[in-house]
Write a protein that binds this ligand. Structure first.
Ligand code: ZN
Length: 274
């Protein structure tokens, strides 16, 4: 069984602030250590629960957070940014299951460091076929395109609730309880690792849920944080102005929808000078 593990960072047990997820900050190395522990617990449990191959995708910020020499010796790694399909790069129909590790709530929701694509304030809310979507939905949509089910998600209690609504059959692991965007009730590290390990075992040893298939064509609606961000996003061919801060885009399939959202986000981000 081939498992694809998409790994973000904001949903690591213990992380409550952007500083801990920013490699230039002094608090980052400790949080990076927690991240490595959670990945390795997930990989070890997967291998003990029927997986024969595990591909880990470093899917946070610079996408160079995962230390290859500290990664489980049987896992392969996708590392580095400026790649297409971001958090699901390298995923295809040859995989049997996808797990989303250390994910976070969507832009517009409550939750630790909630956002959709980058923690900068570019997007206020993304809707896909009228439903609010975060990174959980985006990754699951691409997995579904390939006919691969999402079997497990870990993160705070808010992304857990998002996943329950969008992917009712997915196994879910709560590693912290959000009190605000920057505060949470935390669990002991050993309990976090125990929950992740047990969650992976449950996920792989039961019948997998059906893949999450989004009806095509796929209609995106993006509420940006400002009118001028929406102005910038209009540079994408096919973008439609739906309102002062809202851009629409219709994609023929999930892969195009994923990339169109990335393009809209990047174009709008020029407002911040980046
Ligand atoms: Zn991230």
């Amino acid at each position: 069984m081939k498992l694809y593990l998409s790994v973000d960072m904001e949903g690591v047990g213990g992380i409550v602030d952007i500083a801990q997820t920013d490699e230039s900050h002094r608090e980052y190395p400790r949080a990076q250590g927690w991240l490595m522990e959670e990945i390795n617990a997930a990989v070890e449990s997967a291998l003990n629960s029927g997986a024969s191959e595990v591909l880990v995708n470093d899917a946070h910020s610079t996408k160079r957070n995962i230390l290859l020499d500290q990664l489980h010796p049987r896992a392969e790694l996708i590392s580095g940014s400026l790649r297409p399909m971001g958090q699901v790069a390298g995923l295809d129909g040859s995989f049997d299951a996808v797990a989303l590790l250390a994910y976070h709530a969507r832009a517009g929701n409550f939750g630790i460091l909630a956002h959709t694509r980058a923690w900068t304030s570019v997007v206020a809310e993304l809707r896909v076929n009228g439903r609010p979507f975060g990174e959980t939905g985006l990754s699951a949509m691409v997995a579904g395109h390939y006919g691969v089910p999402v079997v497990l998600i870990t993160g705070d209690d808010i992304v857990n609730a998002e996943a329950r609504e969008l992917l009712p059959e997915v196994e879910r692991v709560i590693v912290k309880y959000a009190l605000s965007r920057y505060a949470a009730r935390l669990l002991p590290r050993q309990e976090v690792l125990r929950r992740i390990s047990a969650g992976m075992q449950r996920a792989l040893q039961r019948a997998f849920p059906a893949p999450f298939v989004v009806t095509t064509p796929i209609h995106l609606e993006v509420d940006f944080a400002s009118q001028s961000m929406a102005d910038y996003a209009m540079d994408l061919p096919g973008a439609v102005r739906l309102g002062g801060i809202t851009i629409g885009y219709t994609a023929p399939d999930a892969l195009t929808a994923y990339q169109a959202y990335a393009a809209l986000f990047g174009l709008a981000g020029r407002e911040l000078g980046s």
